[in-house]
Design a protein around this ligand. Sequence first.
Ligand code: S3P
Length: 440
Amino acid sequence: MRPRRFSATGPLKGRIRVPGDKSISHRSIMLGALAVGETCVTGLLEGEDVLSTAAAMRAMGATITRDEDGMWHVHGVGVGGLLQPQQALDMGNSGTSTRLLMGLVASHPITATFIGDASLSKRPMGRVIDPLSMMGAEFTSSPGGRLPLTLRGLSPAVPIEYRLPVASAQVKSAILLAGLNTPGITTVIEPVPTRDHSERMLHGFGAELTVEIAADGARVIRVTGEAELKPQNITVPGDPSSAAFFVVAALLVEGSDLIVENVGLNPTRAALFDVLRLMGGSIEELDRRDVGGEPVADLRVRHSLLTGIDVDPAVVPSMVDEFPVLFVAAALAKGRTVTTGLEELRVKESDRISVMRIALEQAGGRVTETEDGLIIDGTGGEPLRGANNAPVATHLDHRIAMSMAIAGLVSRGGVEVDDTRPIATSFPMFESLLAQVSGT
Ligand code: S3P
């Protein structure tokens, strides 16, 4: 454990650049590892989760190196060319690595065991086991469809048409990746749109992939198997989920005027910024541009008094990772914020509904937990009391740790976070950037 107290700070000023997008970084390593030839990746997120993906792809035959300038080079084995790993694949804390790699292994004639930390070992894998079993893969899992689990892939696998029972980009991506080495057409039907990085990148690597909107509004994604992927040069845009912490901090801390550069604004990811604007937040987009096929801008964020709102549950998939920090913003807003439709938050790195309710209450927030969300009555801009007695518990969840660090900045007594180590899974530079912008 590495506890740390986060306390009130002066205004956040200057410019910072957020690190590469985690979702896109995972996918660039995986697809690079399946293309024949060299894929070069600039701006890769060097967080523990992405390094877990890189280690697993190496264990299955890819050559992956980083040069002194920070560029990553991936020499792939070709679709169908993954090798039998000699040891269990250690996924650490990373649900994305686990679920997407299960998809890749499912249609290869190899057997792999997946292990992870205490948080990952509690997370449900049945959502990928079900469709991948229909494709022919076999599983031996721990009770409840959890890690450790062993997967025996089948080649050739069976193409399926699968309607997603949960709005999950990880499940969608696992099936599409399995479909890459499956003869025929694999179809995923997505009633509620989720992040579309896999589709964009598969297209970029030359896979035959189509997206159609069905009569009922669902997205129908088809990938043609036995694909040949062509190596790419990829620039990874900045991660909006990492930018979120600094955007909320600048909105909440009086006198702040901060520019957060290089923020990915893919519409399937960027709903937090829209919600914060609806609450009265001053967030301006500067220099909108395209980076690696994704929309990006610099965000100028100025201190604002926020007003509570009812958050439309339709936006949940496009800000699914941003609710913990939105709860902090709501705790400082004027009036009541109501969130609903957040069932999925209970199966993230921690139960983010209940863990954030407890942590915010400890810091002096007024919070009610419901089955599928939180109701928060904000302070109207007054600082929170702070968590004076005991450290808040983060349960190996990087986003809880960073959210409660931001809560500490706008509290009278400060907030002690019980363990800051998990922050390195997605945002290793978080604490040093925070020190930089707050002049501490
Ligand atoms: C991710 C999808 C989301 C998100 C996770 C990353 C991805 O999970 O919470 O942090 O890269 O596909 P679900 O798709 O399971 O909601």
